[in-house]
Design a protein. Structure first.
Length: 194
């Protein structure tokens, strides 16, 4: 039996993107339940992305949000709502599910108008490939993926602090990833691939 596309389990890269988008929507709406959902998704990725203290030790306070910070934001908005505060407390002590195989997780820093070009990375042919980049909301990250001949395969250039590219290479080969900071200030960011 083939599952419909919407019923398939999302990759860790897609979960990271969904978590960031859900958090932004929750903050914009002032909805602690949306933020709680974003935090729970982000917490599931903790084993993949290394522990938060290690990430903070590398890039400091401007690292992409961790689940703990998301829960703190939810708690601020839910103050006085005992039911929601109970759910937030439950989320803090829940064990993570663990991910058997996860994405590569890289950390970088870019000045305004600057870019990083990653050395070619090999992706398998016929298998869906994903790249996800996230910074805090104060910047605009763009992402481009190029094949071994320098042709653009995928890009995400919308004005956002997150960028995502997904494609299926026809054949195995190497791809170059380029991340650019088009925002008003320097930014630390995290990049994941599957």
């Amino acid at each position: 039996m083939t599952l419909p596309a919407w019923a398939e389990t999302p990759s860790p890269v897609k979960v990271a993107e969904l978590s960031a988008r859900l958090y932004v929507a929750g903050m914009a709406a002032g909805d602690p339940l949306l933020i709680l959902s974003a935090a729970k998704l982000r917490k599931e990725l903790a084993p993949v992305a290394a522990d938060r203290a290690a990430v903070d030790g590398i890039i400091g306070e401007s690292a992409p949000l961790g689940w703990e910070e998301m829960l703190a934001s939810a708690a601020e908005l839910a103050a006085g709502d005992e039911a929601l505060m109970g759910l937030i407390e439950d989320a803090k002590v829940e064990a993570t599910k663990g991910v058997a195989s996860g994405p590569v997780y890289n950390i970088g820093s870019l000045g305004n108008g600057k870019g990083d070009t990653y050395p070619p990375i090999e992706f398998r042919g016929g298998e869906y490939a994903e790249v996800y980049v996230e910074a805090r909301a104060a910047t605009n990250l763009n992402l481009g993926v190029y094949d071994d001949k320098g042709r653009l395969v995928c890009s995400d250039t919308d004005i956002s602090h997150i960028a995502y590219c997904g494609w299926t290479p026809a054949a195995g080969g190497t791809f170059t990833l380029k991340v650019e900071n088009k925002g008003p200030v320097a930014a630390d960011y995290a990049l994941m691939t599957n």
